[in-house]
Design a protein around this ligand. Sequence first.
Ligand code: ZN
Ligand code: ZN
Ligand code: FE
Length: 752
Amino acid sequence: MVRVRIHVDGIVQGVGFRPFVYTLARELAVAGFVRNTAAGVVIEAEAPPAVVDAFAAALRSGAPALARIDELRREPIPGTGAGGFEIELSTADGPRRTLISPDTATCVDCLAELADPTDRRHRYPFINCTNCGPRFTIITGVPYDRPATTMAGFPMCADCRREYDDPADRRFHAQPVCCPACGPRLRLVDTAGAELPGEPVNAAADLLLSGAVIAVKGLGGYHLAVDARSEEAVATLRARKHREDKPFAVLLSDLDGVRAWCDVTPAAAELLAGHRRPIVLLPRRPDARLAAALAPGNDHVGVLLPYTPLHHLLAAAVSGPIVLTSGNVSDEPISYLDDEATTRLAGIADAFLLHDRPIRMRTDDSVVRMVRGHPQPVRRSRGYTPEPITLPLSCPRPVLAVGAELKNTFCLARDRQAFVSHHIGDLENFETLRSFIDGIAHFGMLFDITPEVVAYDLHPEYLSTKHAMDLVDVELIGVQHHHAHIASCLADNGEVGPVVGVAYDGTGYGTDGTLWGGEILLADLTGFRRLAHLEPVPLPGGAAAIRAPWRMAAAHLQVAYGEELPVGLEVSGRHEALWGQVLAMAARGVNAPMTSSAGRLFDAVAALTGVRDDVNFEGQAAIELEQCVDLGETGSYPMGARDGLLLGSDLIRAVVDDLGRGVGVPAIAARFHRGLAAATVQAAATAAREHALDTVALSGGVFQNVVLLDLVTDGLEREGLQVLTHEQVPCNDGGISLGQAAVAAAQCSHRP
Ligand code: ZN
Ligand code: ZN
Ligand code: FE
């Protein structure tokens, strides 16, 4: 007989790991115990040596689906001779190193019970077990036990307690376990808070089908729901939410439902139906009878399948597509507290489908799109956070990276683990800033990380940067925005560089005080050099130019033609009143900071071609220009390079010439994309040769443009180069915090 102590690190709490160990030990006649600790799970096992080996091997190979074992360490200890195997109570001593499971979609066993009229949880909207249910959104402390969740206020009934205490039961130590007798309760109330008659789910479904807007309390916050087939209901929701064109996501009850509306590849189906359940962006079928107002000017639609029992019940009751969008007004963060939600959403929702299980962490739905057959995150949130991303090098000191201003996430890192937060949002109002600060404190507590190093963006006006500047007793490391994008792509791929990095985005603060955004860098995690960039143009009116692509058309024309502006352009005719003033602003550089932004070049072309003059959400003009592209077009605009500048003015003149010849917008859009891609490939390949590198990393929000991404990737691969793109975090500013953390880790570890 030998006795060993086995330490298991990873996601091993709240995922049915201890019952699995218990059952395995009993099967193999291993004596000892298993126990949750603040650092993970510890097991003591006593048996003949061969049995102990088999037991340890099976811990890895047979672990429950939701478990993630990062490390398994064994140490011999003296035997005790005691028989039997027990699950011991948790201890909270020692450093907290355990991981927390993301929220997980309802499992098939729970779904079967939900549909079974003889089951005591038949149609119970809060059914869950160790394999599924809420986790991150309800955890208030560690170790993960019921008192440290928002289920603390629901004492278990005798039946639930029996399941909870039985190691052979699927609900053994499932912390959120509950039933109609003891758990949270659903209510449907009107805007005055008065309960509406009828069974809440069915009554809510009836209201939806009659055209009402319903606020539904979900896992990480409130959603607003309407019937997705009703043009009128969707228009009402847009008007009340002050959301003009930004697409809405649609909830469907099952995969067959999705196939009726969208083209679904097998990989997309797997993602839709998997346990993370993000919104997946899919090409919408031409015959799909969805309201046009759902995603104006967009040939894709965001679709998701139910991920909580409540969503399953609601989708089945409506038996058709339901718009499910964040419960907020325009760009405010999603509501998650009951009082606040009923107040803030009172002018939008006609009724509220509520429950009394509190939400601790506000978490939006994640958004993923399929690129070249692989999932690529657009927004990484519910179902993914707080699972750590493994850094390519170890971080010698605990790091906080505060992220960017828009699409903010923050990141806490220690050793090789980077905990990238859920999507916080745009840090431009008090509510979002509050959830940013609360989120950092919460992550610090959950993962026991007290930052000693704080990484921030160089932009002095970002609220995240200002927050970093206010912190005391920490070392501050400024990370240039586009370096952070490339570092993020490196960390995402487990690489340290050096590589050639292509960072194309809206704008980010450059080391020379101008706004960058079309950058070719030589970069590794520690530092970077700016090798080439798009030809700078003025941003006439600053932030106003970002909302008005026609201003960028004026600025780009001014740079391309100087005094000799072409006459008869439609864009100038459409903005006669301000056109001269904006041109003058651009020419004199008054209130017109210079920018090498790739995003603003797309804006200029979108306005020149009449695709879009003004935007009401980020990236709108570029998205619509991309969707115009004639994929069969083989022509391309020449784009020169001189002294480290990629000459956008060449592209602008070519667009103007084609417009003058009466060439159609789909061909112009295609030639523009192809021209920019070819020049990018050329510049990156030249840089790679000069610096003897074989890898190019692509990052920045502009690479959400699939046409551009495809052209650049194919071109670089034809040059024999390896291409890195994002798989774990978004290429947009949602990925910045990971890049900042990786840079801070690299800089700290390269010091004596
Ligand atoms: Zn389950
Ligand atoms: Zn119960
Ligand atoms: Fe950016």
